[in-house]
Design a protein around this ligand. Structure first.
Ligand code: 9MR
Length: 356
């Protein structure tokens, strides 16, 4: 008995002293390394018990995939519908998770009442200001970070600001004046919740490239002039499992050097799939390496504080319908909620990092 007690004490001492116990879940590994590990969520799936239990066990942050977008949350000029967003926030609160809000200003998923009618820039500016202040105000102290602007730069060369209802069709009064129109959005969001972190979020800007150069110039300018921007989100929708990790790391490094945080906001790694939605096992291994290496690039910079995936089970991923079911299997869990090699690779990478 005495031997047992002493033996167990020594084991406990060893574990505490070396940190040698291994994290069982992604969430545990993230908590220990001071990271946020998040996922996009749809509230209608919370009633599926495996969905809800996996979500709460594995992640410490959630982001609404669609239900905080304009078409859901602002369905008529004077009507805001927070019911589905509130459901996600309630889930997060009851499981001690953070919430990332997505998204306040975008050119997609806008309601017909907004896009189907001519308005003056002044009218549109008032509508956008009211929207941002109402939504951010409703979730004050509940949503910890907002994608204030989503995908404002286009995919052309040279990179330009995307022509949208907010910029120049007709825009909110700053058409042709570059990123000026976005400043107001950050200021309105900051006024509604000074405690929330405010992000610019974009796609295909994760590596050093002309688009991330343009975003970099904008963020540097905003920081110099005191526009309240706190972070940049790199979506990380990878169309193949071969990311340019050195360039991604370099890009994260230059943004965090500006004093802003970086979040990986929408990671998935699409693979070719057969008619049943299955990927080759060799591709699943490459996918695991891609998740590991992107996480490693993030963890190499203290300002990169969140890794988030765009959903977590292959059962519910936008990739399938988007690719007409030629691609899929992009996430950390398969359709039966079994952890894939990518899950284990990400968990181990988080576990090996100790930031605290
Ligand atoms: O995953 C979202 C899907 O359910 C929507 O139908 C789609 C509409 O465009 O938007 C998807 O999410 C997008 C996100 O909001 C912004 N970045 C790209 C994501 C994938 O299209």
């Amino acid at each position: 008995m005495r031997y047992m007690t002493r033996c167990c004490w020594w084991i406990s001492f060893f574990i505490l002293a070396t940190g040698a116990s291994s994290s069982q879940t992604l969430r545990e590994a993230a908590d220990r390394s001071g990271m946020l590990v998040g996922t996009a969520v749809r509230p209608q799936q919370l009633s599926e018990s495996l969905y809800a239990t996996t979500l709460a066990r594995e992640f410490n942050m959630i982001e609404p995939e669609d239900v905080m977008k304009w078409e859901t949350i602002h369905p008529a000029p004077e009507t805001f519908d927070f019911s589905q967003g509130d459901q996600l926030v309630a889930f997060a609160v009851s499981h001690q998770m953070k919430v990332r809000g997505h998204t306040l200003t975008w050119h997609q998923q806008n309601p017909k009442w907004l896009t189907g009618q001519q308005r003056t820039p002044e009218q549109l500016a008032r509508i956008l200001e009211q929207h941002i202040k109402t939504v951010v105000g409703h979730y004050r102290d509940k949503v910890s970070a907002w994608d204030v602007i989503n995908e404002a730069f286009d995919e052309t060369t040279p990179v330009k600001l995307r022509s949208t209802i907010w910029y120049d069709q007709p825009g909110i009064g700053y058409a042709g004046k570059g990123s000026r129109y976005m400043e107001n959005c950050f200021r309105w969001a900051h006024a509604a919740d000074p405690g929330a972190l405010l992000f610019y979020n974009d796609v295909e800007a994760e590596a050093v490239n002309p688009k991330s150069d343009a975003i970099y110039a904008m963020v540097r300018d905003f920081r110099r002039r005191g526009v309240p921007i706190d972070g940049v989100g790199f979506q990380m929708h990878l169309g193949n499992p071969h990311p340019d990790v050195a360039s991604i790391s370099q890009n994260i490094g230059r943004f965090t050097a500006l004093g802003v945080k970086v979040h990986i906001t929408e990671m998935d790694v699409a693979l070719p799939v057969d008619a049943d939605g299955n990927a080759h096992s060799a591709d699943l291994q490459l996918q695991a390496i891609a998740y590991r290496d992107v996480a490693s690039a993030c963890l190499a910079h203290t300002g990169c504080t969140a890794i988030q995936t765009w959903g977590f089970t292959d059962k519910y991923s936008w990739i399938g319908s988007h690719s007409k079911h030629t691609q899929g299997a992009a996430l950390l869990f398969d359709r039966e909620y079994r952890a894939k090699p990518a899950y284990e690779a990400l968990r181990k990478m988080l576990e090996s990092s100790r930031r605290r």
